[in-house]
Design a protein around this ligand. Structure first.
Ligand code: B1M
Length: 208
């Protein structure tokens, strides 16, 4: 019989083959895709997020777990769509204009996906008007801005201002090594996250 706890463990260990096998087994046995997602994959990535925040695991382990989850999601996604299962929320995430760093941003994207959000990653060096256009086109309610350079932090300010001026109904969180909660408050962002796991907590708080 399919074991969703074992599936969660496979994701935690980053075991791709086992994650895929157990996902397929669960679906074959008639377990609903939402249950497989929530009690298997999201449960596993949730543990990885908690351990990452506590410095019990590091970036490579998170990436390996995220890869295992991604492989399993390839099987699960069509079933979720067919069952009409909605994502937890939708988010648009990118690195701001002038900044090419994407490793942290990619982790944020992976953790959000791991928590059940549908995420569009718009890459690096993203101009404020591109954020605005993408939010309009996708109707995103959550927007994430990343910056790794002190010299590109002002681009966060410009992006937040552009989104506010366009009167878009979304909540903005910012993060990245030089960014602080004080800076987020100063530029009028709705939230700040120090790491990728905390970004999930902030995104979830935006849903309320
Ligand atoms: Co650059 N770089 N870099 N670099 N680089 C730093 C950031 C730097 C601190 C190195 C140093 O001087 N000690 C320094 C910035 C100094 C400053 O501004 N204070 C710096 C510099 C100066 C530069 C260049 C200007 C160098 C040059 O060309 N003279 C240049 C700028 C290019 C540009 O962007 N226009 C440059 C280039 C590069 C590379 C291309 C070579 C490469 C980037 C490759 C890539 O990203 N694909 C690179 C790298 C790798 C680094 C370091 C070594 C590592 C950054 C990283 O990936 N960290 C970095 C020094 C360091 O940090 N030790 C450095 C790992 C990553 C997981 O952490 O991104 O902080 P981080 O993400 C964390 C959190 O911050 C948070 O969650 C993540 C995971 O927990 N987080 C968010 C991030 N985004 C978030 C968004 C959120 C929430 C949380 O909500 C949306």
């Amino acid at each position: 019989m399919a074991d969703l706890q074992a599936l969660a463990e496979a994701v935690i260990k980053g075991n791709q083959a086992e994650s895929v096998r157990l996902t397929q087994e669960a679906l074959d046995e008639g377990i609903g895709p939402r249950q497989v997602l929530e009690e298997g994959l999201i449960a596993g990535m949730g543990v990885v997020g908690v351990r990452f925040k506590a410095n019990e695991v590091y970036i490579p382990e998170v990436l390996i777990s995220a890869r295992a989850m991604k492989m399993a999601m390839e099987i699960l996604e069509p079933q979720l769509a067919a069952a009409g299962v909605q994502p937890l929320g939708t988010a648009l995430v990118g690195t701001v204009q002038g900044d090419l760093h994407d490793i942290g941003k990619n982790l944020v994207v992976m953790m959000l996906k791991g928590a059940g959000f549908r995420v569009e990653d718009i890459g690096v060096d993203v101009a404020p008007d591109v954020f605005v256009d993408k939010i309009k086109a996708g109707g995103y309610k959550i927007v994430g801005l990343s910056a790794l350079l002190t010299t590109t932090m002002p681009a966060m300010d410009k992006t937040v201002t552009a989104i506010r001026e366009a009167q878009l109904d979304c909540r903005i969180m910012i993060g990245g090594a030089p960014v602080t909660r004080q800076y987020a408050e100063k530029i009028g962002a709705d939230g700040y996250a120090a790491d990728a796991a905390s970004a999930v907590d902030v995104a979830k708080s935006f849903l309320n």
